[in-house]
Design a binder for this molecule. Structure first.
Ligand code: NDP
Length: 393
């Protein structure tokens, strides 16, 4: 691979750390320009020194002095605050990884589109909320979007764009999360500790909760719709608890092309990093001879209503995916804070989806504004229900 200049947004998170590890492994092929974090100045400084980055950006301004002190004996420029984060997203590099969690990553992605020749996106929430605008801007700038979510990276690898008419459906696999075998009643009162304990993947707290509600899979259906321009009725979900097949594309000649790999984010990350070539992973590899009992079953839409909500939001279109995402982000944070029950996440999202929000969101400003409105409304809803939760919980 030719040497690439690289930036990693959200380098201290779960995806970010895996990316940094791969960049260290391939240090001869990369020049690291920018690394960013929100709070974790210590790890950010350590990563920036190890990768000889040019800039380290801490989005939380209060951490500015800490970062500056940590980097004072180096030539790495320490920057702080939201504006510095946005400025550095516009910094010109060959390849950028977007691994910030939630809608906080939306503006950085839009800033990177004109400059990043390859924009690798792990951060699914902006794709869900602003997918149509994001993909059309990328097209306009000739920017290649590289999906990093393991399912979408799998589809990306087996999706024959020149045979798209022959594609009957794409099939997203789902592990089923930690509550796959729990009853509906047990799930409704699950604790944050139980919900973050994913059986196969080690991830940040927000996506771990989304995996427990299966909202993550719902968000992925919407993400797939925008990334691959596939209609809702051609996007299916299958429960595959072993997380070995990461997704599939079914063609009209009867072929089903699947991508397999160990449940390790290093594979989709390095696939995106090397694209359009391939390079060695320092992560886990699959031992095919050790595989036994790969199982598949349909998802349970009754036990996991988030799936139905996501499909409905996609069918309704317009701002519905944004409303789904914004209310879910707020509700997940409230659940992690002990303010609402597990069941309360679904109730908060359902209540937001029933509201009558402005349906046209054609600019980035519209999107940001509506996102804020939905967040405030969801906070108000949660405030009401959290009082009941505390009284009864
Ligand atoms: P983490 O919570 O582990 O990491 C989030 C990263 O974003 C951290 O670097 C964090 O900084 C930074 N960050 C948080 N808030 C802000 C903010 N307001 N402004 C700027 N930076 C911020 O998340 P994950 O790595 O698990 O997930 C990242 C994204 O990738 C999510 O959208 C997720 O859905 C997606 N994804 C994750 C997968 C996984 O395996 N984890 C798999 C597929 C997709 P700090 O550490 O300093 O707080």
């Amino acid at each position: 691979m030719d040497k690439r200049t690289i930036s990693v947004f959200g380098s201290t998170g779960s995806v970010g750390k895996s990316t940094v590890k791969l960049l260290q492994h391939h240090s001869d092929s990369v020049d690291v320009e920018v690394l960013t974090a929100y709070n974790n100045a210590k790890l950010l400084a350590k990563q920036a020194i190890a990768l000889k980055a040019k800039y380290a950006v801490i989005a939380n301004e209060e951490k500015s002095d800490e970062l500056k002190t940590l980097l004072k004996d180096t030539s790495i420029k320490a920057l702080a605050g939201r504006q510095a984060l946005l400025d550095m997203a516009a910094h010109s590099v060959d390849w950028v990884m977007m691994a910030i969690v939630g809608m906080a990553g939306l503006e950085p992605i839009f800033k990177a589109l004109p400059n990043g020749r390859f924009v690798a996106i792990a951060n699914k929430e902006p794709l869900v909320s602003a997918g149509a605008l994001l993909m059309s801007r990328a097209k306009q700038y000739g920017t290649t979007i590289l999906p990093v979510d393991s399912e979408h990276n799998a589809i990306f690898q087996v999706f024959e764009n020149n045979n798209r008419d022959a594609i009957e459906r794409i099939i997203l696999t789902a592990s089923g999360g930690p509550f796959r075998e729990w009853t509906k009643e047990q799930i409704e009162v699950a604790t944050p500790e139980q919900a973050v304990a994913h059986p196969n993947w080690s991830m940040g707290p927000k996506i771990s909760i989304d995996c427990a509600t299966l909202m993550n899979k719902g968000l992925e259906v919407i993400e797939a719709h925008y990334l691959f321009e596939m209609p809702t009725e051609k996007i299916d979900i299958v429960i595959h608890p072993q997380s070995i097949i990461h997704s599939m594309v079914q063609y009209n000649d009867g072929s089903v092309l699947a991508q397999m790999g160990a449940p390790d984010m290093s594979t989709p990350i390095v696939n995106a990093l090397a694209y359009p070539k391939r390079m060695e992973t320092c992560g886990q590899k699959l031992d095919i001879q050790q595989l036994a009992n790969l199982t598949f079953s349909p998802p349970d839409f009754e036990k996991f209503p988030a799936l139905k909500m996501a499909y409905n939001a996609l069918n309704v279109g317009g701002n519905a995916p944004l409303v789904l995402n914004a209310s879910n982000e707020v509700a997940v944070a409230a659940f992690l804070n002990g303010e609402i029950s597990f069941k309360g996440i679904i109730e908060a999202v359902s209540s937001a989806l029933e509201k009558d929000y402005k349906n046209t969101i054609s600019t980035l400003e519209d999107i940001l504004l509506l996102d804020q409105t939905v967040r405030s409304d969801t906070c108000a809803h949660i405030l009401k229900t959290s009082n009941n939760f505390k009284q009864t919980g």
